[in-house]
Ligand binder design. Structure first.
Ligand SMILES: *Cc1c(COP(=O)(O)O)cnc(C)c1O
Length: 349
């Protein structure tokens, strides 16, 4: 750290992304990417946009915003696009975090990092013993709430009724529902937007739309919340979603059939993998995401992660209380998951 660095930020512990390995031939199941390439129309759309890169991109991402609004059945003034959902989440915490921030002990590791970056006071509310968010723990809360649904890295999802309870118990606080994984079998809170002015739903093209490297996320909320987020966005970086990514997003949304085929395949492979692991003694949490959270029999998470790594399979281990027995395994292609089961049997033998 240089002597010029902001003293108030000296204690920041930045987010650590999952490894993006240089070595070839590894089975990469550590960052919840899609095993499939982008939808067939994406490449041509990006190439076309690339021919106009001398011009600034549309700062309001108008066509993309309209396409998202149509797909999600909301008004165009209820959508904002971001450079990944991470950017949207950062905007939201900056915009709505003045009263502090409440979130679970086991959840997306970026929430506490942004809280520290923006100097927000936090209240950490433990998941229950089943690793579920118990919404009654959020009664009498006096902070903005951010939860991931399905949660990460557990993969467990709350039903819509629980989200509604959370919203109605906290009418004077924004409830941010991070739905990065909602397309893999959970219920979206977007259906509640007409009834709750304190709801912000955050989504991404990274996990279920094969565009992690393009950096595209969005939020759905009532117009005043979206206006607030645009106030932050336009005070930071109005051109936040580049022209190629806007084109990629529109093309991805147009191919509904490809989207459905890919997510169906991930869900089938998830259930197959979970079942195979349970057969050999693993504890596997029920997942509605594109990953599973699993504990190997008689072996801690770090040891299992390292044993897999030696056999060319990358998964994610979190060195954090309560979950040291577990690893998070992203769901890849059937062939990749068969390899995971094969090498796991080798490790246990
Ligand atoms: C992956 C992930 C994100 C970030 O996604 P990007 O859109 O790629 O920034 C946000 N929240 C959760 C819970 C995630 O797992």
């Amino acid at each position: 750290m240089s002597r010029f660095f902001h003293s108030g930020l000296a204690q920041l512990a930045p987010y650590t992304p999952g490894e993006q390995p240089k070595a070839q031939g590894l089975i990469k199941l550590n960052t919840n990417e899609s095993p499939f390439p982008p939808a067939p129309g994406v490449q041509a759309a990006v190439l076309e946009a690339a021919g106009r890169l001398q011009l600034y991109n549309d700062p309001s991402a108008g066509r993309l915003t309209a396409a998202i609004a149509r797909a999600c059945r909301v008004g165009e003034n209820q959508v904002i696009c971001g450079n990944g959902s991470d950017e949207i989440l950062a905007f939201a915490l900056q915009a709505f975090g003045e009263c502090g921030l409440a979130f679970p002990d086991i959840t997306y590791g970026f929430y506490p990092v942004w809280a520290a970056l923006y100097g927000l006071n936090t209240r950490i509310i433990p998941l229950n013993s089943q690793f579920d968010i118990d919404v009654t723990d959020y009664g009498g809360n006096d902070r903005t709430i951010v939860i991931a649904n399905p949660n990460a890295p557990t993969g467990k999802a709350l039903p819509l009724s629980a989200i509604e309870q959370l919203l109605s118990m906290n009418p004077d606080h924004v409830v941010i529902v991070d739905e990065a994984y909602v397309d893999f079998g959970a219920e979206s809170a977007a259906a509640l937007l007409t009834d709750y002015d304190n709801l912000l739903v955050v989504r991404t093209f990274s996990k279920s739309r094969q565009l992690a490297g393009a950096r595209l996320g969005f939020a759905l909320g009532n117009a005043p919340l979206i206006e607030d987020l645009n106030r932050i966005r336009n005070s930071f970086h109005p051109y936040n979603v580049n022209a190629m990514t806007q084109a990629a997003g529109i093309a991805a949304l147009e191919d509904r059939a490809y989207f459905d085929t890919c997510r169906q395949s991930v869900m089938e492979n998830r259930e197959w993998t979970a079942e195979e692991l349970r057969k050999i003694g693993f504890q596997v949490l029920p997942s509605k995401a594109n990953f599973i959270f699993a504990a190997a029999p008689g072996m801690n998470g770090l040891a299992y992660q390292q044993a897999l790594r030696e056999r060319g399979v990358l998964v994610r281990y979190f060195d954090q209380p309560r979950i040291r027995d577990y690893v998070r395994i992203s769901i890849g292609s059937r062939e990749q998951m068969e390899r995971v089961i094969f090498v796991t049997k080798e490790i246990l033998a």
